[in-house]
Design a protein around this ligand. Structure first.
Ligand SMILES: C[S@@+](CC[C@H](N)C(=O)[O-])C[C@H]1O[C@@H](n2cnc3c(N)ncnc32)[C@H](O)[C@@H]1O
Length: 257
């Protein structure tokens, strides 16, 4: 998401839910998700064209990428992990932080989570999660505000797919995730080595996930699933070898590191 000069997250819209959902329906196609059999999401094709359309719809001069229209590598790794280890979420209360399309939350619901709430600050993500939940017949709630100013959420597990690609976002979310982990919440973060992936995390699994060349310059990426087992040494240091989310992404005014 875009930050203004004061670091404030600004993504308020006066558009109705119906209009946001109509926009998502119009500009995406329901497609199967690579690596996650049985799940279908409303997905875009041309990321930059969709970005421009979303900006015009929301009245934003410098819109963020339509993250909600694609499954990202970090989320795919978390999804693969949950499919392999359903006990991570079965019978538990789950928050899908920075949910985008809702991918991680849907897999958690499918693997038997007691309750799933998706969270994202992009209003179009709210629309996409709603449509995708309906399509996949999952009961997933949605919170559309930045939760990182709150105390630890009242959940058992937080899933965080691909949240380390912007410095401001990482600075906000990583300490909050670390605090939640310190208070006893299981945090599972999927990341393919983005620029702001912190050191000090414990890697619990690694997957080669299917990505698109348009998003990641590669057809697959090795992607880790991490927990906050120990206190973080630093929260914004580079351990990955790529500082962007792909060719169209990295060049976006430096907003994606
Ligand atoms: C790269 S996408 C990942 C989406 C999904 N988790 C996945 O892996 O497919 C990152 C998402 O984080 C959201 N985001 C950015 N800052 C956020 C914040 N402070 N709170 C909640 N969501 C945020 C963006 O809107 C975007 O949808």
């Amino acid at each position: 998401m875009t930050e203004d000069e004061t670091g404030t997250l600004a993504r308020v819209t006066s558009l109705s839910s119906a209009r946001l959902r109509a926009f998502v329906r119009k500009h995406t196609r329901l497609q199967p998700v690579p690596d996650v059999p049985g799940l279908r999401l409303h997905m875009g094709s041309d990321v930059m064209a969709l970005c421009a359309l979303a900006g015009a719809e929301l009245g934003m001069a410098d819109p963020d990428l339509p993250y909600w229209a694609f499954p990202w590598a970090g989320g795919l790794a978390v999804a693969r992990h949950l499919i392999e280890r359903p006990a991570e979420v079965a019978g538990l209360r789950v928050l899908d932080l920075a949910a985008g399309s809702g991918l991680c939350g849907f897999v958690a619901a499918r693997e038997g989570a007691l309750r799933v709430v998706a969270n994202d600050i992009d209003p179009l993500a709210g629309a996409a999660v709603w449509l995708n939940a309906r399509e996949n017949r999952h009961d997933v709630g949605f919170v559309g505000r930045d939760m990182s100013g709150d105390g630890p959420p009242d959940v058992d597990v937080i899933l965080a797919g691909d949240v380390c690609y912007q410095p401001g976002m990482a600075a906000r979310l990583l300490p909050w995730l670390a605090a939640a982990a310190a208070s006893g919440t299981r945090v599972l973060m999927g990341d393919p080595g983005r620029a702001y992936l912190p050191v000090g995390l414990e890697r619990v699994a690694t997957y080669s996930v299917t990505t698109s060349r348009e998003l990641e310059s590669a057809a697959s990426r090795e992607t880790g699933v991490y927990t906050f087992a120990r206190p973080l040494a630093r929260t914004a240091s580079v351990v990955g070898d790529q500082a962007d989310l792909g060719p169209g992404v990295g060049g976006r005014g430096g907003s994606t590191a």
